[in-house]
Design a protein around this ligand. Structure first.
Ligand code: A2R
Length: 319
């Protein structure tokens, strides 16, 4: 049985079901957002595990001398310093796979919303304009005959690609390593991918290497019929370049679920008619978030009961 005295820190907010599961198995200390590490030295010394929604910088990790494991809510763990944690033999876990289908479904919805302007059409109807002004304007774009390039073809990217197949679009991708288990065309650089396709979907993690890689040059290569969809991380995009490209017709449209400085959006973005934007909801259904919450808890229980975790991040895979 899990030692009921094992103390887990929840720094800030966490999904209620994860919190409930943790409280059933552990002694939980939850701190307030903005005061995440405001706890006594005595409490800090007792903390063996952390459950977080993607925030555990090195400065926080280094304040917890007995810390063994950090369980992250979300597949992306860019807010957790996993390299620093590994250096202190602290294992980091995340929630891969359980959200693949939800994120892929949302991506297809966002893509169609973007090319067919469905949210704007619905807003038009709801505002009573159909009766007053007649039919909504034809969408300048269509998904028909598009060539989609996936930046990232991992767990989620592959599910997006599979869902795109029945839409009869052409599919290519760029990753650092070619996959030998798919028939999609691998393109060896992002810029070459952007040149070849007219629709670019980003589903890569935020890392130093991917920081602002979708830049002015890539958007220019995507071209005036180009559609950019981002369901990975906002940090991959130079948002100033994106807004300029959307304003000046360098690309045709963008569909965005993630942003560089959430919840803040770049100035003027929402005024653009060729943008479809969502508040980072790709995995945000009750069933999928419940599955993620359970995995956050199960990783900690497994660690403290069996000395193993279920889903370590690559930096911790020795765990
Ligand atoms: O490069 P590879 O062969 O490791 O392929 C991975 C690709 N990727 C990159 N592609 C190009 N340039 C890079 N610098 C680069 N870094 C990574 O991203 C792989 O195809 C994909 C990541 O796949 P997974 O690790 O399976 O992640 P998953 O579960 O698909 O989630 C992707 C991201 C999360 O990290 C969150 O930020 C967001 O979606 O929810």
């Amino acid at each position: 049985m899990t030692d009921s005295k094992t103390t887990i820190l929840v720094p800030g907010r966490l999904h209620p079901r994860a919190l409930e599961g943790l409280k059933a198995a552990f002694h939980v200390i939850q701190t307030e957002p903005g005061a995440e590490m405001e706890l006594s030295a005595e409490d800090k010394a007792k903390i063996l595990g952390v459950a977080t929604a993607n925030r555990m910088p090195a400065e926080w990790i280094s304040q917890l001398p007995a810390l063994q494991v950090i369980s992250n809510f979300g597949v992306g763990y860019d807010g957790v310093d996993a390299g620093f944690a590994a250096g202190r033999s602290v294992i980091v876990t995340h929630t891969p796979d359980v959200l693949n289908d939800e994120v892929a479904d949302t991506t297809i919805g966002l893509l169609i919303n973007t090319v067919r302007r469905l949210p704007a059409a619905e807003a038009y109807l709801r505002a009573g304009k159909w009766q007053k002004e007649g039919p909504f304007a034809l969408s300048p774009l269509s998904l028909k005959n598009r060539h989609v390039g996936l930046l990232g073809l991992g767990r989620i990217g592959l599910e997006i690609a599979r869902r795109l197949e029945p839409f009869k679009v052409k599919i290519s991708y760029h990753t650092r390593n070619r996959r030998d288990d798919v028939a999609y065309t691998h393109v060896s650089s992002l810029i070459a991918l952007a040149e070849q396709v007219d629709t670019l979907i980003s589903i890569i993690p935020a890392t130093p290497e991917t920081h602002k890689i979708i830049n002015e040059e890539v958007l220019a290569a995507l071209g005036p019929n180009g559609v950019f969809i981002n369901v990975g991380r906002g940090a991959s995009v130079d948002e100033a370049a994106l807004v300029t490209a959307l304003k000046t017709g360098v690309i045709a449209a963008a569909g965005l679920d993630v942003f560089y400085d959430e919840p803040n959006l770049p100035e003027g973005l929402l005024d653009l008619p060729n943008v479809s934007a969502l508040p980072h909801v790709a995995s945000a259904s009750v069933p999928t978030r419940n599955d993620m919450a359970d995995l956050v808890v199960d990783n900690l229980i497994q660690w403290f009961e069996q000395g193993k975790v279920l889903t370590p991040v690559p930096e911790s895979s020795r765990g």
